[in-house]
Design a protein around this ligand. Structure first.
Ligand code: WAQ
Ligand code: MG
Length: 272
């Protein structure tokens, strides 16, 4: 039996038609059983017990596999939502994203980005110049999928993040997602904050800036969150971009640098 083939394993848990949790891995065949078991365990440890857990196990086979290095991590210690969002906006503006586009993204994320006013399952795709939304399905958004750390890189990133006081699984998972997204064709940057009411942190990520975290991008208790992917509309092949995000397999084989937290003034003095 071939042992080096890779499999994509994806878990999604729901209660009624409410999303409860989701996670995914890319693993070798020997790890399928353990991985499925740990994903089921993860789905069941949530506050709301799911009434459906769907696990997809899919061989990646002949699909191309892209190896990436993780974006560098830095935390900008902005003390509240206003300063956090304004620092995030300033970084997005420095990447040539228009003020209009930045404001549009922040408005959508803070009001519930789906037309129904709910949080989307996936991300918005936003024209970096006009702020127009370009994702084909505004209720669902575009989901980045099929990415994971190699075993070695996972161990290294866990160690490096822990060394700067970051031990939450969300940081590691968001960093992997942001690394994949940053390398999409036509992508300029991403803005994200969680929809988990207890998790106020968020980030701006791009190949140019790395993964820039902010401890507070929303008030505690707020259940609205989401992701905005800013793209350059000219020359953008939307189909290619979405197919990269959704289906191309990415393994993060190198952990990047993880810097200690710094004050906003120091960040902007050093970087721009
Ligand atoms: N692809 C695209 N959008 C997604 C995906 C995905 N795979 N998963 C989630 N989203 C969107 C969706 O709208 C969610 O509501 C929203 O993002 C937030 O998802 O400490 O935990 O999983 O550095 O709640 C960021 C800071 C945490 C981490 C982000 O996102 C840190 C987080 P969540
Ligand atoms: Mg969430």
């Amino acid at each position: 039996m071939a042992t080096n083939l890779l499999y994509s394993i994806r878990m999604r848990a729901t209660a009624g038609n409410q999303h409860v949790s989701g996670a995914e891995r890319i693993v070798v065949s020997e790890k399928i059983d353990d991985t499925v078991q740990s994903l089921v365990a993860r789905a069941r440890e949530k506050k709301f017990s799911p009434d459906q857990i769907v696990i997809h196990v899919e061989i990646l086979g002949t699909m191309p596999l892209r190896m990436l290095s993780a974006l560098e991590v830095v935390t900008v210690n902005s003390p509240d939502v206003t300063t956090g969002r304004s620092a995030a906006s300033r970084i997005l503006r420095s990447l040539d994203i228009s003020e209009q586009a930045v404001l549009a993204a922040i408005n959508h994320l803070s009001n519930g980005a789906a037309p129904s006013g709910r949080t989307m399952r996936g991300a918005m795709i936003i024209d970096a110049r006009t702020g127009d939304r370009m994702e084909p399905d505004q209720e669902r958004g575009v989901r980045a999928s099929r990415f994971d750390w190699t075993d070695d890189a996972l161990e290294a990133i866990n160690r490096k993040l822990a060394a700067i006081g970051l031990t939450h699984f969300r940081t590691r998972e968001a960093l992997a997602l942001a690394t994949k997204v940053a390398h999409a064709p036509g992508m300029v940057a991403e803005l994200c904050w969680s929809d988990d009411p207890d998790y106020t942190a968020g980030y701006v990520a791009s190949r140019a800036t790395g993964y820039v975290r902010f401890p507070i991008l929303k008030v505690p208790g707020d259940t609205r969150g989401g992701r905005a992917f800013f793209v350059v509309r000219n020359h953008l092949d939307m189909e290619k971009c979405i197919s990269y995000l959704q289906t191309e397999a990415v393994l993060i084989a190198d952990s990047g640098m993880c810097m200690p937290a710094i004050e906003p003034a120091d960040y902007f003095r050093d970087s721009q």
